[in-house]
Ligand binder design. Structure first.
Ligand code: FMN
Length: 420
C-alpha cells in the first residue's frame, strides 16, 4: 500500500513541504525494491544496530560509545522505563491522512519531532565523522546539534549541514575562560547555528569502566580528534602561543591537555553564571541534563527557552533515575512555560511516541545514529533516521493517534503497565 502526498503542504501555515510528511513511505520503497531482489542498507531491527556497529569499531571506539557510568545501572533503567508505559490503541478513529509528525518548538515549526543529539568525536566512529552526520540530518529534515567535543570544526560542520537547521552544544569553560566561551559562541552564531544547548552534567567525564579498561580518553590524544574545535579557535590559539611560546602544532600533546582542561574544567558553574551566556548569545538557550523539577523551575525563572530532560544516556551518574521517569513531573511543573526536549534511551518509534506523550515536544536521537554512522556513514545515519520516523508514524497511525502534537499525542494515549 502506498500513500501519496495529498497536496504538497507539510505545515498548517501553508508553507510548502520540503520533506515528505510521510516517512512511512520508506517501508513501501523497501518492499518495492525487494521485488527486484534489492535489500536495505542494513537491518531495520533497531536492537541489532549496536551489534552491527560493534563489528566495525575498534576496541577503543566501542568502549567509548557503549560506555556508561559505573555499573551501567542508569542506562539499563533508561531502557526499562519505556516498557513501564504502554500505548493503548483506539479503534475506528476517522482519519483522512497519516499522522502529521510536525512539531512546534523554539518558535518554529519542524517537520519531525526528532533532532540529532550532540555526540563528540564522531571521527572515531567513521572517518567522515560529523560532516557525514550533519549532511544526513539536513537531507532528512532533522536538526543537527554539534558538540563542543566535535572532531570537526564548527565552520566545516556548518558547510556540510548546508541549509539544514543546526544548533550548537556548549561544553562550558570555567569563568576564567569567558573569552574562549565568547569566541565559541560567536563562531557558532556566524556559522548559522541558531540555538544554544548548554550541557550541565559533564563538567568532568563520568566514571567509565569501558574507557578506563582501554586506557582511552579521546580528548587527551595528540591525534587532534577530540580537540578540533579548540585547535581551530583563534582565542585558544593565541593564548596557547602566549603561554608556551609555540604553535599548537608544535606541541599537540600539551595543547590537547590544555584544551581538555578548558572544556571539562572539573567543577560546575552556578546558576548566576547563566547571565553571561544570555549576554553573549542573543538567541534561544536550552539547558541540557535537567532531571529535577527544581532545576526546570530555575530555568523558567531565568527566562530560558528550553530544557533537555536527559541523563546523558547514563554516562555520567551511576545508580541514577531513568530520564523517562522524571519527564512527567517536569512536564507538569513547567510544560506550559518553556520547551521540553527529551533524551536517554530512545531506540524505536514507540519510544519517541511515549516521550512525546509524556510531555516532550522533541526528542534527541543519540546512540542509534552513531551506530548508523559506524555501519554506513552518511547513508547509515539516513537509514536510522528514516527508520525511526517511519516506525513512529506507523505506530501512531495504528494506535489511532492523529498527530504528534499534544492535542492528540498526550498522556491519555498511555497506561502505566503496573496499574493494569
Ligand atoms: C558516544 C557519545 C558521546 C556523547 N557526547 C556528547 C557531547 O559531546 N555533548 C553532549 O551534550 N552529550 C553527549 N552525549 C550524550 C547525548 O547527547 C545524549 O544525551 C545521549 O546519547 C542519550 O542517550 P542514548 O544515546 O542512550 O539514547 C554523548 C553520548 C554518547 C553515546
Amino acid at each position: 500500500m502506498s500513500f501519496t502526498v495529498a497536496n504538497n503542504v507539510a505545515h498548517p501555515d501553508g508553507s510548502p513541504a520540503k520533506f515528505s510528511p510521510h516517512p512511512v513511505e520508506y517501508e513501501n520503497t523497501i518492499y518495492q525494491k525487494g521485488l527486484q531482489f534489492e535489500r536495505p542498507p542494513f537491518t531495520f531491527q533497531s536492537d541489532q544496530w549496536e551489534t552491527k556497529a560493534r563489528e566495525r569499531l575498534s576496541a577503543e571506539s566501542n568502549g567509548y560509545v557503549m560506555g556508561n557510568a559505573g555499573t551501567g545501572e542508569t542506562t539499563r533503567k533508561n531502557r526499562e522505563a519505556f516498557a513501564k508505559w504502554s500505548i493503548v490503541p483506539r479503534r475506528l478513529v476517522k482519519t483522512d491522512d497519516l499522522p502529521d509528525l510536525s512539531t512546534r518548538i523554539l518558535g518554529d515549526m519542524f517537520p519531525f519531532p526528532i533532532a540529532i543529539a550532540p555526540v563528540g568525536v564522531q571521527r572515531i566512529f567513521n572517518p567522515e565523522g560529523e560532516e557525514a552526520a550533519a549532511a544526513a540530518a539536513a537531507k532528512e529534515g532533522v536538526p543537527y546539534i554539534l558538540s563542543t567535543a566535535s572532531s570537526t570544526s564548527i565552520e566545516d560542520v556548518a558547510k556540510a549541514n548546508g541549509d539544514g537547521t543546526r544548533w550548537y552544544q556548549l561544553y562550558w569553560p570555567s569563568n576564567e575562560h569567558n573569552d574562549i566561551t565568547a569566541s565559541l559562541l560567536s563562531r557558532a552564531k556566524s556559522a548559522g547555528f541558531s540555538a544554544l544547548f548548554v550541557t550541565l552534567d559533564t563538567y568532568i567525564l563520568g566514571w567509565r569502566p569501558t574507557d578506563m579498561d582501554n586506557g582511552y580518553n579521546p580528548f587527551l590524544r595528540s591525534d587532534k580528534i577530540g580537540v578540533a574545535i579548540g585547535f581551530s579557535d583563534p582565542v585558544f590559539r593565541s593564548q596557547f602561543k602566549a603561554k608556551h611560546g609555540v604553535e599548537i602544532e608544535d606541541d599537540l600533546h600539551t595543547a590537547a591537555a590544555d584544551w581538555t582542561r578548558i572544556v571539562f574544567p572539573g567543577l560546575s558553574h552556578c546558576w548566576e553564571d547563566i547571565q553571561f551566556l544570555k549576554e553573549q548569545w542573543k538567541g534561544p538557550i536550552i539547558l541540557k541534563g535537567i532531571q529535577t523539577v527544581e532545576d526546570a523551575q530555575r530555568a523558567v525563572e531565568l527566562g530560558l527557552d528550553g530544557i533537555v530532560v536527559s541523563n546523558h544516556g547514563g554516562r555520567q551518574v551511576d545508580g541514577g533515575v531513568s530520564s523517562l521517569a522524571v519527564l512527567p513531573r517536569i512536564f507538569e511543573a513547567v510544560g506550559d512555560k518553556l520547551d521540553i526536549f527529551f533524551d536517554s534511551g530512545i531506540r524505536a518509534g514507540a519510544d519517541i511516541a511515549k516521550a512525546l506523550a509524556l510531555g516532550a515536544q522533541m526528542v534527541l536521537i543519540g546512540r542509534p545514529y552513531v551506530y548508523g554512522l559506524a555501519i554506513g556513514g552518511q547513508g547509515g545515519v539516513q537509514h536510522v533516521l528514516k527508520s525511526l520516523l517511519g516506525d513512529l508514524q506507523l505506530t501512531l497511525h495504528l494506535a489511532g493517534v492523529q498527530s504528534a502534537s499534544p492535542e492528540h499525542l498526550n498522556r491519555s494515549v498511555l497506561e502505566r503497565e503496573d496499574s493494569l
